[in-house]
Design a protein around this ligand. Structure first.
Ligand code: NAD
Length: 251
C-alpha cells in the first residue's frame, strides 16, 4: 500500500479478525484492534508491534453506541483518522426456528447488523473528510440459508444489502464498501459448533473438507488476503460486491 492509513478491525482478538488485523498492518496500515475486552486484544497487538507495525487494543461492544463512539474517537486520537473499517465481530446463537429464543435472535442481529451500522456511521465521517475509505463487512455463505441459523443467515444476508447501500451512498466520496462471505474457516467459532454437535474439532474439520471442492477447510489467512485486496488502492473500482471465499461455489 502506498500510504499509511488507519484501520479499525472489529472482533480482532482472535480468528479471522486477528488475521485481517495482522495482514492490514503488514500492508502498512496502523491498526486499532477492537474486541469486547481490551485485555483480549494483547496477542494481536503484540503480533503486529513485534514486526515493527503500529497497533492499539480497544475494548468495546460494537452493538453499543457510546462504546462505538469512544472507540472511534480513541483511534482518531491515538493513531489518526480511521479510513479503513473491517466489520468482523460476530457471534453464533444457533438453534432451529421452533427452539430459537427472542434473545438468540436479538443478540445475533445486534452484533452483526447493528454493530456494522454503528461502526460504519461513526467511521464514515472520517472517510468522507479524507475523500477516501474502505469498508469490508464479513458476511457468510450462511446468507444463502443454513439449517439452525435463521438469525445468523438473516443478519449475514442483511449485511450484504447494507454493504451495497454503503457502496452507493459513499462511492462519490472515494469510499468503497464490499463484503466477504467466507465458507468454512477453522476458528474457535466453529470449535464451539463441533462441541455442540458432540464431535471432536478434527472430525468436524475432516467432514467439512470432504464437502468443499478444493478439499480443505479455509484458514483465517485466506480471508485476510481477500480483505487486503479489497482495502487496497488497486481495488478502487470494486464496490458493492460480495466475494465468496469458500473453496468453491458452495459452502
Ligand atoms: P471468532 O468467534 O473466532 O471471533 C469473533 C470475535 O468477535 C471474538 O474475538 C469476539 O470476542 C468478538 N466479538 C463478539 N461480539 C462482539 C461485540 N459485540 N463487540 C466486539 N467484538 C465482539 O469468529 P471468527 O470465526 O473469527 O469469525 C469472524 C467473522 O467471520 C464473524 O463475523 C463470523 O460470523 C464470520 N464468518 C466466520 C466463518 C467461519 O467459518 N469461522 C464463516 C463465515 C463467516
Amino acid at each position: 500500500m502506498s500510504e499509511t492509513r488507519v484501520a479499525i478491525v472489529t472482533g480482532a482478538a482472535r480468528g479471522i479478525g486477528a488475521a485481517i488485523a495482522r495482514r492490514l498492518a503488514a500492508d502498512g496500515n496502523h491498526v486499532a484492534v477492537l474486541d469486547l475486552r481490551e485485555e483480549d486484544t494483547a496477542s494481536t497487538v503484540a503480533a503486529i508491534t513485534d514486526k515493527g507495525g503500529k497497533a492499539i487494543g480497544i475494548g468495546a461492544d460494537v452493538s453499543v453506541g457510546p462504546h462505538v463512539q469512544a472507540a472511534v474517537a480513541r483511534t482518531a486520537q491515538e493513531l489518526g483518522a480511521p479510513t479503513v473499517l473491517v466489520n468482523n465481530a460476530g457471534i453464533l446463537r444457533d438453534n432451529m426456528l421452533f427452539k430459537m429464543a427472542d434473545e438468540d435472535w436479538d443478540a445475533v442481529v445486534a452484533v452483526h447488523l447493528r454493530g456494522a451500522f454503528l461502526m460504519s456511521r461513526e467511521v464514515q465521517r472520517h472517510q468522507v473528510e479524507a475523500r477516501w475509505g474502505r469498508v469490508v463487512n464479513l458476511s457468510s455463505t450462511s446468507a444463502l440459508g443454513n439449517r439452525g441459523q435463521a438469525n445468523y443467515a438473516a443478519a449475514k444476508a442483511g449485511l450484504q444489502g447494507f454493504t451495497k447501500t454503503l457502496a452507493i451512498e459513499l462511492g462519490p466520496f472515494g469510499i468503497t464498501a464490499n463484503a466477504i462471505a467466507p465458507g468454512f474457516i477453522a476458528t474457535d467459532m466453529l470449535r464451539a459448533s463441533a462441541a455442540r454437535l458432540g464431535i471432536s474439532f478434527e472430525e468436524y474439520l475432516g467432514a467439512a473438507a470432504q464437502q468443499i471442492p478444493v478439499r480443505r477447510v479455509g484458514q483465517p489467512d485466506d480471508i485476510a488476503a481477500a480483505a487486503s485486496y479489497l482495502c487496497s488502492d488497486e481495488a478502487s473500482f470494486v464496490s458493492g460486491q460480495v466475494l465468496y471465499v469458500a473453496g468453491g461455489p458452495q459452502a
